[in-house]
Design a protein around this ligand. Structure first.
Ligand code: TXA
Ligand code: MG
Length: 350
């Protein structure tokens, strides 16, 4: 079955309110949800994921009105939410002091997202109708791994330990754009399907300042942020190594790809190539990627997971074009390259 029934949605909402963990489809990636107002349920997510304590979770709500329960969006947040919600945008806003901090890594801010996927909407509406206020949900993968874009991916990571609401393959396939608006101006913390250009158009139309440069991609957890810098929100997706497959992943300029393939094949490795323009035939697997960034993004995580399942040891990816439409893809590929190769390098990260 590819889409959960209304009955399954109702029962999943009840399970959430009773303190359970439920994975569900969204338009970006599948989320691993728990009642954001239930400290034990939130704790269960951290345990299941193997996520370090203190990495805040995003709280999912069905409408802009329900988002206001959690925090003050301010003029910038209200403008962006009105333009892009429901949709693949997460806003980091100042949390109301009374709103529970369990899901927010004890930050004074809260990440809010109103997903557009009909199944996520139905679940959140049913949850709110039964008295809930928000579902904390990180991507439904083990920490540091590749985000799931199908129900089968979630089952690969968690087996039958969680209920999964299947809504078919995620249409976007990459995690939401995260914009911090908690300081009265907008900064992109994680690029996604909604581009800087689209955000700036809305800000300009609303008579607001355009995007400011984001923090360098560092966070306290990597140990690369110096202590005298102002405290910044933690985005685990901003760690240099994240979204990583088990195989060694190399981003390669088109002209170098044949030589890298020979290099690894001479060492007896099983190699997959993901190409845009280069003609490769002799790899163990050749994936002809789409030149359309939307299609490329939709397919990327399923491709990386598929390579791991097939026992591929090295993934050679032809460097995609630069430019706004490719920003999220290049961001994830860069992190995947840094964190990849658990099988060959014996990294301790899970
Ligand atoms: O598309 C998405 O955003 C998916 C779907 C399930 O909604 N969720 C997702 O969650 O990607 P997660 O936890 O895998 O990534 C969210 C990122 C994390 O890196 C977290 O640290 C950051 O958002 N985040 C959450 N709340 C924050 C806050 N208050 N301040 C700074 N960063 C925050
Ligand atoms: Mg994640």
């Amino acid at each position: 079955m590819t889409t959960a029934t209304a009955q399954q949605v109702e029962s999943a909402a009840r399970e959430l309110l009773a303190g359970g963990v439920v994975a569900f489809a969204t338009e970006t990636v599948y989320g691993l949800g728990a009642n954001a107002e239930d400290a034990r349920a939130v704790q269960a997510i951290y345990q299941l994921k193997g996520r370090p304590a203190g990495h805040p979770l995003i709280v999912h709500v069905s409408t802009l009105a329900s988002a206001r329960y959690w925090g003050r969006l301010g003029r910038v947040g209200e403008a962006l939410a009105s333009a892009f919600w429901p949709g693949p945008l997460t806003l980091i806003v100042l949390r109301h002091p009374a709103a529970p901090a369990y899901a927010c890594g004890d930050e004074q801010t809260v990440g809010l997202r109103c997903p557009s996927h009909p199944l996520a909407q139905a679940l959140l509406k049913a949850f709110e109708a039964q008295g809930g206020h928000g579902v904390a949900a990180p991507s439904a993968n083990r920490f540091g791994g590749v985000s799931p874009t199908t129900a089968a991916h979630v089952r690969t990571d968690f087996g039958d330990r969680v209920t999964v609401l299947d809504g078919g393959p995620s249409a976007v396939g990459l995690e939401s754009t995260i914009v911090d608006v908690s300081r009265g101006f907008a900064t992109i913390l994680r690029p996604g399907d909604i581009s800087a250009g689209q955000i700036n158009d809305v800000l300009l139309d609303s008579g607001l300042d355009t995007l400011r440069e984001g923090p360098a991609h560092t966070c306290p957890d990597t140990g690369t942020e110096s202590v005298d810098q102002p405290r910044r929100p933690r985005v685990s997706g901003s760690m240099a190594a994240h979204y990583a497959p088990t195989a060694t992943l190399e981003l390669v300029a088109p002209a170098q790809l044949p030589a890298r393939l020979t290099h690894w094949q001479n060492r007896g490795k099983r190699v997959a190539c993901c190409v845009l323009t280069v003609n490769v035939t002799q790899a163990d697997h050749v994936e002809q990627a789409s030149a359309d960034p939307a299609q490329y993004g939709r397919r990327l995580y399923a491709m990386l997971r598929g390579f791991d399942e097939d026992g591929i040891e090295v993934i050679l990816i032809e460097q995609p074009p630069t430019g706004q439409q490719w920003a999220a893809i290049n961001d994830r590929l860069g992190r995947a390259q840094t964190g990849s190769g658990k099988a060959t390098k014996g990294s301790s990260r899970d």
